[in-house]
Design a protein around this ligand. Structure first.
Ligand code: GDP
Length: 196
């Protein structure tokens, strides 16, 4: 069943479990710390300028956003984490929402974790990776902002990301630039292989 990723629409924002979508369609959940470029990666994949909101104020988005792709599957935009200035209550709300989402069994068919290609993944990235692993769903890791990296740094940085997230050779790491488009076809190919 070919899926047209150019056909995407925003469906709803969920702030509590009653709003989570459970209609049998597959769900691909995107996670990443605030400002890593998650919205930009989503927009790049869907060929849209601002479907997911780039530059949305960090930490103010304790909501799960659902985008329906080609009426066949959901791209689920999980709220960003790790923004230092977030209040404790906001952070608690984030934690509760994630717990609820991950505990609602069988919601996630594929996890996509977005990290910064320039840096060692943070402790929060490792925690998010563990959320996906505990859920038991397959997971892809995207190393975004590739364009900000020198070519000579690439191999070392990718190895550091694999090591920090404890990825084995079978797990997929895709170097990506939401800005330039690098990695788009590779990532779409992997996503389609999981979903079609
Ligand atoms: P989010 O908070 O994770 O959704 O991040 P955004 O998509 O809002 O992006 C945060 C900032 O990083 C914005 O200024 C983007 O333009 C910038 N950005 C996102 N992806 C890339 C990329 O691949 N390369 C570069 N150079 N900048 C990027």
């Amino acid at each position: 069943m070919p899926i047209n990723f150019n056909k995407a629409e925003f469906v709803l924002s969920a702030a509590s479990p009653e709003q989570f979508i459970r209609d049998g369609r597959k769900q691909i959940a995107f996670a990443g710390r605030s400002n890593v470029g998650k919205s930009s990666v989503i927009n790049r994949l869907l060929n849209r300028k601002n479907l997911a909101h780039v530059g949305a104020s960090p930490g103010k988005t304790t909501q799960i956003n659902y985008f329906l792709i080609d009426e066949k599957l959901y791209l689920v935009d999980l709220p960003g984490y790790g923004y230092a200035k977030v209040s404790k209550s906001e952070r608690d709300r984030w934690g509760k929402l994630m717990e609820n989402y991950f505990q609602s069994s069988g919601l996630i068919d594929l996890g996509v974790l977005i990290v910064d290609a320039r840096h060692k993944p943070t402790a929060d990235d490792v925690t998010m990776c563990d959320f996906f692993r505990t859920d038991g769903c397959p997971m892809l890791v995207v190393a975004n902002k590739l364009d900000k990296l020198k070519r000579s740094e690439l191999e070392h940085n990718l190895a550091l990301i694999r090591e920090t997230l404890d990825m084995d050779e079978t797990e997929i790491l895709v170097p990506f630039s939401a800005e330039k488009g690098d990695g788009k076809e590779q990532l779409l190919g992997h996503i389609k292989a999981f979903c079609e």
